[in-house]
Design a protein around this ligand. Structure first.
Ligand code: ADP
Length: 969
């Protein structure tokens, strides 16, 4: 019969051991990540409650009931009868132990085991693994009537190093093998990533609470307030302290800093190790056992990492590894007389080893089998998403403020919604961070708004500027178009041509600026239309010829005669690409040549066209070639750079080429020259294509020293079945003409290259004419833009003056006309000799524009094309006129005083609806606004089409043709 003091001591120890529960709770939840800490804490509370209840229900009887062959306790009567009063204190003390064994598991499996699985593990430990092994070791232990089969054989585990800690650790090991490691813990190459706990100080408090609990654990195991209690307590303290200190030294040595997690487990390992023997060892031995226990823990931890096993709080090392050591240490250190087992040293050592082995096999084996079986139909691991989100939220709907902050940040990153703000709890650290984060977001948003406004202002400015420049440009381009078509002498014609071309250049510049803003806003769009690529390339060559001529650079254009002329393409886009590449080539070349060579392969409906722009200029280094297509990048950005430019052209060009689905590249050598290549796939345009002129039986003698030109001319002439002969000087031409009858060429036409004629083209013609007779015609090729007038120079008549670079379309036309062939203008009704367009549209047209010059331009152009014109100065007047008279087409400006074009079109459409006769008037916007969206706005207001100012005869002709049929004219 125990004395009251003994009972009091045991009850006190029960309280102390119970403190191990908050100890484990704090230790484990502090060492796990914040997103799982609540879950770990809840599991601790749960396992204690369940294990206590189950230990009361059945566990205690299985452990301490009458033995059945030393294997399991409890008779049927014992199982169904309540605990006696004498048993109550013992039961409660043992129930705390069972709870401890169960709770040890939770730290190891934290962060990825589901709640259901954890409850299953607790049940398996509390009603099977723990009480059965406990029966083997502790049933009747320390008395002559030892009943458990290990106890009977002298196995000693004073306060549960193996029974409690070993059992908990091996069950944990089985669980972590089945569960697998946490996401991101190990890498494929076998290395591991540290995952830090969220609250180390809390864990430290936990360890101290455990330490206090250990006083009850070991102190109570004396069975009462015996004389051994002070020694037990001292040894317990010393074991813990020694474990701590050795791990401190080793960790410092290996890691170079005291690692919090390692130190805490060092203390726990020391405490675990001395628990088996603290009643029978000296203080010095306690220190040694505790110290070695700490090191065993470190070794097991390392082994687990090597094996890729993820033990979150280090349970297996501190409780399992140190437990094995502590249990074997009983035989090594304790006097056999103190143990009272009657065994020799070797026998004691053997039974201790057998004990820990049995504990491992039983604890690990049973747990592994049961959990693997259960895992097959009730998975123990949480879902991937839950692991990412964390178990606090996924399992318990318990977010913490850090988690809320992280969630909002994640959401924000995914949705790119910067209006979101993080919830602020002013009394937490996360709340302070959130508050400042929100403040920074406010500032960023303000800055974004300002920059958006600045961007918008820039776009508006660009649109307005372009609008303002385009309006006067309309007059320049339109009127010079008209003048070009009038009867002017050659000199004036050239001047007008120059004005027209310069206007075109200015327009290109304005468009370039607009393009840049479109590229920046991703609004560059394609406008596909039928285009005569051959003429387009020739025109580009012509427009840049003067610049090259002035620099003394030879500009050459080759358009492979095998290629068709007509394609469906974005004319303006191609024009910009080639103009920019050729412009650059001329700019960066000071001698030699620049050439554009257009070639390609044609399949049934599509041609793969390659444009090559070659020059003999300064060249580009290899490194610069890699960056020149970037915005604002120049190959030589030094201050001493002699060439003007912004570094934008190639960036816009590349964007344009890519928009067309093509590719652009460059090869270059410094000091030798460059070649830019653009490859595009263009659909063929089949309609209205005239067969190529047939020059059979026609013979041409070309006089030029330029071998490349000669080769191009030969290619062109022979492709069209004419006879070609080339000589390099007029004397050689004369010699050809004077040969004996069989050798004589008798050409129908002689082409003279004025640039390479030694004594001038007039002398050459005069000399040759003298021999050739009156029937031969002359064509002069010259880089000089000032073509002398035929009438003023009757001494040297020539049939055609063709400017270099050789415009093959014009040369072909001149040869055809000489060949008495009627050559059309490839679908356009034109006069091939003068190049003047002649149209007869016979349409009634209303031109609505507030700008007088624009009205004059439109009227002149349209009258020239055979239309009858009426005008209105604003939308209101236009609506009145439309009400009174029938027009085939109404050209409507958009921005006008009194009533805009949009509003006027709306009124016209209302009028049509009111009339109910189903008649539709064709309204076409004619406006200088050409930003993306302008066209859509015009169509939305009821207009039928859109033509951008400045307008040309050709663009007007295209649109009149299209709507002529609709108007029934
Ligand atoms: P910009 O000509 O306005 O400077 P680009 O974007 O058109 O801008 O060209 C970028 C740079 O690439 C040029 O500044 C020049 O250094 C280099 N570059 C382009 N074309 C040539 C060329 N044909 N020969 C030599 N360098 C060239």
């Amino acid at each position: 019969m125990q004395s009251n003091i003994d009972q009091l001591w045991l009850i006190f120890c029960i309280g102390l051991v119970f403190l191990m529960q908050p100890g484990f709770l704090a230790f484990e939840s502090g060492l796990t990540r914040a997103k799982n800490s609540v879950n770990v804490a809840i599991k601790n509370l749960t396992d204690f409650s369940i294990s206590f209840a189950l230990f009361w229900l059945v566990g205690y009887t299985l452990m301490f009931g009458t033995t059945n062959a030393g294997l399991i306790g409890g008779t049927l009567a014992e199982l169904f009868s309540p605990l006696s009063d004498e048993q109550l204190i013992s039961f409660m003390f043992q129930a705390m132990f069972c709870g401890t064994a169960a709770t040890i598991v939770s730290g190891a499996v934290a962060e990825r085991m589901n709640f259901r699985g954890y409850i299953i593990v607790t049940i398996v430990i509390s009603i099977a693994i723990y009480p059965v092994f406990g029966h083997w070791v502790w049933n009747g232990a320390g008395s002559d009537g030892a009943q458990g089969w290990l106890a009977e054989r002298g196995f000693i585990d004073f306060a549960g190093t193996t029974v409690v800690h070993g059992t908990g650790a091996w069950v944990a090991l089985a669980a972590i093998i089945i569960l697998g490691p946490r996401l991101g813990r190990f890498n494929k190459d076998g290395t591991h990533n540290p995952i830090s706990g969220n609250n180390l100080p809390l864990s430290m408090v936990g360890v101290l609470l455990l330490w206090i609990g250990w006083m009850g654990f070991n102190g109570g195991s004396a069975g009462g307030f015996t004389a051994d209690v002070p020694k037990i307590l001292l040894n317990t303290f010393l074991g813990g302290a020694a474990g701590f200190i050795t791990t401190l030294i080793v960790s410092w040595k290996i890691l170079k800093y005291p690692h919090g997690g390692v130190l805490m487990n060092g203390a726990l390992a020391g405490l675990v190790s001395v628990t088996a023997s603290c009643n029978v060892i000296s203080a010095g031995e306690a220190v040694i056992i505790g110290a070695i226990g700490g090191m065993v823990m470190l070794a097991v931890d390392r082994l687990l990492l090597r094996l890729g096993l993820d033990d979150v709080v280090g349970v297996v090392g501190a409780h399992g590894g140190a437990g094995i050591w502590g249990t074997i240490a009983v035989a090594l250190f304790a006097e056999s007389s103190a143990l009272q087992t009657g065994l020799a040293f070797e026998e004691q050592l053997l039974i201790q080893v057998v004990g820990v082995l049995v504990n491992f096999i039983w604890g690990f084996g049973v747990a592994y089998l049961i959990l693997r079986l259960i895992n097959g139909f009730l998975p123990l691991r949480i879902a991937f998403e839950d692991e990412v989100v964390g178990l606090n939220v996924a399992a318990h709907h318990a977010p913490n403020e850090i988690q809320s902050l992280v969630d909002v940040l994640d959401l924000q990153a995914r949705s790119k919604n910067f209006d979101l703000r993080v919830p602020v709890d002013p009394y937490t650290e996360a709340g302070q961070i959130s508050k400042r984060y929100n403040k920074i977001l406010d500032l960023l948003q303000e800055a974004l708004l300002t920059s958006d406004a600045a961007n918008k202002a820039k776009s508006e400015f660009l649109a307005n500027m372009s609008h303002e420049i385009r309006t006067p440009m309309n007059a320049i381009m339109g009127l010079s178009d008209l003048l070009k078509a009038s009867d002017l002498n050659a000199q004036d014609k050239n001047y007008v041509n120059l004005i027209n071309k310069s206007g075109g250049k200015l327009l290109t510049l304005v468009n370039g600026i607009l393009d840049l803003s479109r590229v920046e806003s991703g609004n560059l769009t394609l406008k596909l239309q039928a285009v005569n690529l051959h003429e387009l390339v020739d025109d580009i060559g012509q427009s840049l010829a003067y610049g090259a001529f002035k620099k003394g650079v030879l500009l050459r254009v080759r358009y492979a005669p095998t290629l068709p002329d007509w394609f469906v393409a974005d004319t303006a886009g191609i024009q910009k690409i080639l103009t920019n590449l050729l412009g650059n080539a001329i700019k960066f070349t000071s001698r030699g040549y620049v050439m554009i060579d257009v070639d390609g392969a044609v399949s049934e409906r599509v041609a793969s066209i390659t444009f090559r722009v070659r020059d003999s200029g300064i060249g580009i280094s290899k490194e610069a070639c890699a960056t020149i297509f970037d915005q604002f990048t120049q190959a030589d950005a030094s201050a001493t750079r002699q060439y003007e430019g912004t570094g934008l052209g190639l960036a816009i060009t590349k964007a344009q080429v890519e928009l067309m689905g093509g590719e652009i590249g460059v090869t270059s050598e410094v000091g030798v020259g460059s070649e830019f290549t653009v490859s595009l796939a263009l659909p063929l345009h089949q309609a209205d294509v005239l067969p190529p002129p047939d020059l059979s039986h026609f013979s041409v003698l070309s006089v030029s020293r330029d071998e490349v030109d000669q080769a191009n001319i030969r290619e062109l002439i022979e492709y069209h079945h004419a006879i070609y002969a080339g000589v390099d000087a007029s004397q050689n031409a004369i010699a050809q003409l004077c040969g004996s009858a069989g050798e004589r060429l008798n050409p129908n036409c002689i082409m003279i290259d004025a640039d390479t004629a030694d004594e001038g083209w007039e002398k050459a013609i005069a000399d040759i004419k003298h021999v050739a007779g009156a029937n031969v015609s002359f064509i002069v090729l010259s880089s000089d833009i000032h073509a002398p007038d035929f009438a003023d120079n009757s001494a040297c008549p020539y049939h055609a003056w063709i400017r270099k670079p050789l415009v093959s379309t014009l040369l072909l036309k001149a040869l055809s006309s000489l060949c008495q062939e009627a050559v059309g203008d490839n679908g356009h009704n034109s006069d091939s000799a003068t190049g003047k367009a002649v149209y007869d549209f016979n349409l009634d047209i209303l031109v609505v524009d507030d700008d007088k010059v624009n009205r004059i331009v439109a009227r002149s152009l349209l009258e020239k094309m055979g239309c009858r014109i009426d005008t209105a100065t604003n939308g209101k007047e236009a609506v009145q006129k439309v009400a009174e008279r029938k027009y085939d087409i109404i050209f409507m400006d958009c921005m006008m005083p009194e009533m805009s074009g949009y509003e006027a079109t709306g009124k016209i459409r209302e009028m049509e609806e009111g009339a109910g006769d189903g008649k539709h008037r064709t309204v076409i916007a004619m406006t200088a606004s050409s930003m993306v969206g302008d066209r859509a706005r015009c169509l939305a207001s009821g207009m039928d089409d859109f033509i951008a100012k400045p307008v040309s005869i050709n663009s007007l002709a295209e649109i009149l043709k299209q709507y002529q049929r609709c108007s029934g004219a």
